[in-house]
Design a protein around this ligand. Structure first.
Ligand code: NAD
Length: 333
């Protein structure tokens, strides 16, 4: 299946197809110098599959894990590009999860003011969410995604076969983002996730999630308003993530974060579906720590913060509340 992201000059295509890793040379322009960025947790045969389709390539493998989405790895990758005389007509391929995609994409956005970037997401989370939409970033001073750029890829290649090597917990974590999209924007898709087994037809789950993401991004590429809907669960979720010392995965934190600021009936349905896929629904929060983390998070806009809530499955509201009211709310959850 092919999906299009229509953003004028920045438009691109997404191919979702089992086995398409072997077709990279048909989908990408690889007749130039290519930097393949991956991480130490990605099985080597995926990297070899891509490398053997390139004429002239360099592979750089960063250590796996969120705390490597940092300025040191950014500098390392820039040095590799400079040392190998990459020019503006060369390209970068990100082969990995959201960490690799966000970092490699930001390097692509920055090097010589932008060189072509191809994304091959290999986690469920990156296939249904982070590889599309052009948000690239690194973390700094423990603030997530604080340095970054909007930079759309040239093309995205999604091979669901690569999910076979992903841990069960990582796969489950990705489902949380599909639930997020469905809860805010598509009640039928939410019911599908609730009633069917997402793993029986993961291509459908990827495609339905991406259709929601594409529609939002096409209307609001740079997050002037509507795109904030994609942050459902993220205000509290990021704060939980920041305080979990790496013990909880991104999707697990988002799952927990979605349970705040929504109506009781919505919470009940969310709990059923989260529980069904083995995602957490309860955590002992320290409201003070969460509040402090939210203040650090770039989502705080002056003394106000935009909260995404879901009044009914398939719909959403964006509400600005003051930081002081947020504290009161947190004390009462
Ligand atoms: N840019 C965006 O719009 C956006 C949206 C959502 C999340 N994100 C970012 O995405 C990141 C999280 O991404 P993630 O959940 O993909 O985590 P990740 O990139 O850290 O990958 C998780 C782990 O899985 C391993 N892995 C990846 N693919 C594998 C495979 N096919 N087989 C075996 N192991 C594999 C990796 O080595 C890593 O250890 C966060 O930094 C988050 O901020 C960005």
């Amino acid at each position: 299946m092919r999906l299009n992201v229509n953003l004028g000059q920045n438009s691109y295509e997404i191919l979702i197809q089992k086995g398409c890793l072997n077709q990279a040379s048909l989908e990408f322009n690889l007749n130039r110098k290519v930097l393949i960025v991956s991480d130490s947790g990605i099985p080597a045969h995926y990297i070899e599959t891509i490398a053997k389709q390139c004429e002239n390539y360099v592979v750089e493998i960063i250590p796996q894990g969120e705390n490597n989405k940092n300025i040191e790895q950014f500098i390392t990758l820039c040095n590799v590009l400079i040392d190998n005389n990459f020019t503006r007509t060369d390209a970068i391929i990100g082969l990995g999860g959201g960490v690799v995609g966000d970092l490699a994409g930001f390097v692509a956005a920055s090097y010589m003011r932008g060189i072509d970037f191809y994304n091959i997401p290999t986690t469920l989370l990156s296939q249904i969410d982070s590889s599309v939409g052009g948000k690239t970033a690194i973390n700094m001073q423990q603030v997530k995604n604080i340095i970054g750029a909007f930079y759309q890829p040239e093309k995205v290649l999604i091979d669901p076969n690569v999910l076979t090597t992903l841990s069960e917990r990582q796969k489950t974590s990705g489902i949380a983002e599909a639930i997020k999209m469905a809860a805010t924007s598509n009640a039928d898709f939410f019911n599908y996730l609730m009633e069917q087994d997402a793993w029986q037809n993961i291509e459908k789950v990827i495609a339905e999630s991406l259709k929601i993401k594409i529609s939002v991004v096409e209307q609001d590429e740079k997050e002037a308003g509507l795109r904030q809907v994609l942050n459902f669960g993220h205000t509290i979720g990021h704060a939980i993530e920041a305080n979990s010392s790496g013990e909880l995965y991104h999707g697990e934190c988002i799952a927990l974060g979605m349970l705040y600021f929504s109506g009781e009936q919505v919470q009940e349905k969310l709990k059923i579906v989260l529980h069904k896929y083995g995602l957490p629904t309860e955590i002992a929060l320290n409201p003070d720590l969460i509040y402090q983390s939210i203040l650090h998070d770039k989502k705080a806009d002056g003394d106000q913060i935009t909260i995404v809530s879901v009044p009914q499955i398939g719909s959403f509201e964006l509400n600005k509340i003051s930081i002081a009211d947020l504290k009161t709310l947190l004390m009462n959850v």
